[in-house]
Design a protein around this ligand. Structure first.
Ligand SMILES: *[C@@H]1O[C@H](CO)[C@@H](O)[C@H](O)[C@H]1NC(C)=O
Ligand SMILES: *[C@@H]1O[C@H](CO)[C@@H](O)[C@H](O)[C@H]1NC(C)=O
Ligand SMILES: *[C@@H]1O[C@H](CO)[C@@H](O)[C@H](O)[C@H]1NC(C)=O
Ligand SMILES: CC(=O)N[C@H]1CO[C@H](CO)[C@@H](O)[C@@H]1O
Ligand SMILES: CC(=O)N[C@H]1CO[C@H](CO)[C@@H](O)[C@@H]1O
Length: 702
């Protein structure tokens, strides 16, 4: 059946970790595996393993004791405390658990140890199957210069360029002509765009060369440059490949992952928009050549820079693991790539040949992150008080590792879930994605869901004009300045809120500590004694003064900043689904309302809003608190762990000097002094967990 595959010419024994099964024509297959990961990918792997009847062993850190992946697995073992270095990156401990639990293979997921050469080698030494490529392939692809050289030798296109010592003007011009204009002239020592020029044609080459050299000399005291093909508005196109231990390879088409923020993907699609069948084949075959060149085994991804102007593509790097975005490939190729991984690791041949693989329809993946999109996509962490997800079916997948009540930990990646949708064509799939995103409602941490919805509505995105600079070039559309709701919606939300409180509030969430309704007795709409309600809401930067007067049973007249909505009635306020339907003078408006303390989270088809209910000062005990004096203290902008304390009490510091370094989501945040001052108190020490908004350092009053 696989006769059409090109057999590997060299000895199979190079693939040592399969040495027992590779010579065995009847593989036994895996019976039990350990998943050395957490979150959605651990759950994802467990699902496929279970379906195949393979037993699963989970590992966890102390904060993940009750995590979803731990509950899903057949058995689970504690690795250690929360920091990754002591748990999910503890190679020795993971191997020990694998050996003790009788797991024959380890699936590393993505991130953590998935591309760790040493770990792959340790597995081999201990006769545990690493469910991934051979350590040699990981090593070769991990070094940029090595991988480029291997690709060149394998006839995989790489970005053409001249990186040599000859800096003679006319020689460099010749090189540029050979490469083909436009070219980029880059300072070898450069960085951050300094000493970088684009030359469009031969006529401006000398001028740009001189300019690049001058700037480089000034900034780096060195004027050596390199010349590379310039790709304007490049796209990130990657090909999923698969290999088995018998030298068979296939490609499972391409994904476009161009739209990124902070150099990380947030939305991916397959196939790539506007990629012709001819280019698709070229991409696929180049990717297979790349995989063969390193005797790849298992699931891998070959990433290319794609030039939409010329339709040319160039090798960027190879990811030697299962990617976060693999589900969109599964959707369009009707495969289960984790199942393929487990079969190949168990010594089977690839389940399908290239001819049997058919591209069908279009799929999108939106990554839902705890992050503040308005604040440079700063990662967030915190409790997930409430999660409502679209109900999955064969076209809609929700890949997640968390449930309502869980927490996004400061120790790990802030991805909450992946929403994957499929439909017969791109437009239908995109429409479905947006609709289903509106059903993904999260309360507790800021998320990027609204941002993703705006992205789905963007004209250029709808047209498929994607490229890596997309978000920067569409800032005004993707970050609208006016986000406050209109008064009609406010009147609608006010009505829903009042009924919600009368009905005893939100079942799961309402902790009545601050509820102003605790201060009101005999609050019953159905009795005629409902007093007039005065509420003040803050949404974004707008303040809304609301006066609600009951007209009759479930019927209110609502005044919002002097505009009157005279005929507002509540048709439905469901305590389980949190769905509210309001009749606003004949227009039925539906939304989901979650009340948490004084915060109302409102989810509509066009996005979500946070209504902050102003609490009367007497209800909070906040009167007389002088902590609002921002100049006297520094607070944590994000929850995190104190990495370093740079100051001591009594020390004088100048404006801009580092005070404390916080680690959150694998990133460092340097907290600096906002003015010259003397430190009065340092309230945390290294290793402490700090919540968002916590006072870190107090200054002496002058
Ligand atoms: C809200 O106000 C702050 C500070 O006054 C300002 O920086 C921000 O741009 C405003 N946001 C909106 C959405 O108007
Ligand atoms: C709500 O009350 C107003 C004023 O009494 C009345 O005109 C309106 O018809 C009522 N609406 C409903 C749906 O009962
Ligand atoms: C109030 O709205 C209802 C529809 O829910 C409508 O039948 C009624 O006529 C409205 N009353 C007034 C006074 O407009
Ligand atoms: C739960 C949910 O909202 N699912 C929807 C996803 O999108 C499709 C197409 O718009 C709907 O049919 C589903 O109901
Ligand atoms: C105590 C301490 O760590 N001091 C450091 C604070 O940061 C400055 C600038 O980075 C260093 O020079 C100090 O040594």
């Amino acid at each position: 059946m696989f006769a059409q595959f090109i057999k590997r010419s060299h000895s199979i024994s190079q693939c040592v970790r399969f040495s027992q099964s590779a010579v065995n024509p009847k593989p036994k297959g895996l019976k039990r595996i350990l998943i050395a990961n957490r979150g959605e990918i651990a759950c994802r792997v467990i699902n496929s393993a279970k379906r195949m009847g393979i037993e699963t062993v989970a590992v966890y850190s102390s904060v993940d004791k009750n995590a979803r992946h731990v509950q899903m697995a057949d058995t689970a073992f504690l690795l250690g405390p929360a920091p990754s270095a002591n748990s999910y990156l503890n190679k020795e401990k993971i191997i020990e658990v694998a050996l003790n639990s009788g797991a024959e293979g380890i699936h590393p997921g993505y991130g953590f140890l998935s591309e760790n050469v040493e770990f792959a080698e340790m597995c081999q030494k201990n006769n545990v199957i690493f469910i991934g490529p051979p350590a040699t392939a990981i090593r070769d692809m991990g070094i940029k210069s090595t991988s480029k050289a291997i690709m060149l030798a394998a006839d995989v296109p790489v970005v053409p360029g001249y990186h040599g010592d000859n800096q003679d003007d006319s020689f460099l011009l010749e090189q540029a002509k050979n490469i083909g204009f436009p070219v980029m002239i880059k300072a070898v020592r450069g960085g951050g765009g300094k000493g970088m020029r684009i030359s469009q044609s031969e006529s401006d080459f000398m001028e740009q060369l001189e300019s690049a050299r001058r700037e480089s000399q000034k900034s780096f005291s060195d004027s050596v440059v390199l010349i590379e093909k310039y790709v304007g508005n490049p796209r990130h196109v990657e090909v999923q490949i698969f290999g088995d231990t018998f030298g068979n390879y296939v490609y499972l088409f391409e994904r476009d992952c161009s739209v990124q923020r902070r150099h990380q993907k947030i939305i991916e699609e397959a196939p790539g928009p506007g990629i012709s069948d001819e280019i698709r084949k070229q991409l696929g075959e180049a990717a297979v050549r790349a995989a063969k060149a390193v005797q790849y085994v298992g699931a891998g991804t070959v990433e290319f820079i794609f030039d939409p102007a010329t339709q040319k593509f160039y090798f960027m790097e190879m990811n030697t693991r299962l990617q976060v975005e693999h589900p969109i490939t599964e959707m369009i190729s009707n495969t289960d790539l984790v199942e393929w991984q487990l079969r190949v690791a168990g010594g089977e041949t690839l389940p399908l040949s290239q001819e049997q693989l058919k591209l069908n329809g279009h799929a999108f993946e939106a990554r839902i992150y705890a992050e503040d999109t308005e604040n440079n996509f700063m990662p967030g962490a915190g409790p997930l008080h409430y999660i409502h997800t679209p109900s999955p079916n064969s076209d809609v997948r929700v890949e997640t590792g968390v449930r309502s009540g869980d927490e996004v930990s400061v120790h790990y990646d802030p991805m909450i879930a992946k929403l994957v949708v499929w439909d017969k064509d791109r437009h239908s799939a995109l429409r479905k994605l947006k609709y289903n995103l509106s059903q993904y409602n999260i309360v507790g941490v800021k998320t990027n869901v609204d941002f993703l919805m705006r992205l789905c509505s963007n004209e250029d995105f709808i047209e498929g004009n994607v490229y890596t600079g997309f978000i920067d070039d569409h800032k005004s559309d993707l970050f609208p300045s006016q986000r406050a709701p209109d008064k009609k919606l406010v009147s609608t939300v006010a009505a829903g809120f009042i009924i919600n409180q009368i009905n005893g509030g939100n079942n799961k969430l309402n902790n009545d500590r601050h509820s102003p309704f605790n201060l009101m007795d005999s609050f019953r709409l159905h009795s005629s004694s409902l007093p007039q309600q005065l509420l003040t809401f803050k949404v974004e930067n707008e303040t809304y003064k609301v006066k609600a007067v009951p007209n009759g049973v479930d019927n209110l007249s609502i005044d919002v900043n002097d505009e009157i909505f005279p005929n507002v009635s509540v048709l439905k306020s469901d305590q389980n689904s949190n769905e509210v339907i309001i009749d606003n003078n004949g227009e039925q408006m539906k939304y989901r309302l979650i009340v948490n303390d004084n915060l109302l989270s409102v989810f509509t088809l066009s996005g979500s809003y946070q209504f902050e209910l102003e609490i009367p000062a007497f209800a909070t005990g906040a009167i007389g608190d002088d902590s609002s004096d921002a100049a006297s203290k520094v607070v944590a902008p994000i929850p995190g762990v104190v990495e370093k304390v740079n100051v001591t009490e009594g020390q004088s510091v100048k404006s801009g000097e580092p005070l404390i370094i916080l680690m959150a989501m694998k990133m460092e945040y340097v907290i600096k002094a906002s003015r010259d001052c003397v430190i009065d108190k340092v309230l945390f020490k290294v290793g402490d967990n700090v919540p968002k908004g916590a006072k870190l350092v107090e200054f002496k009053k002058e």
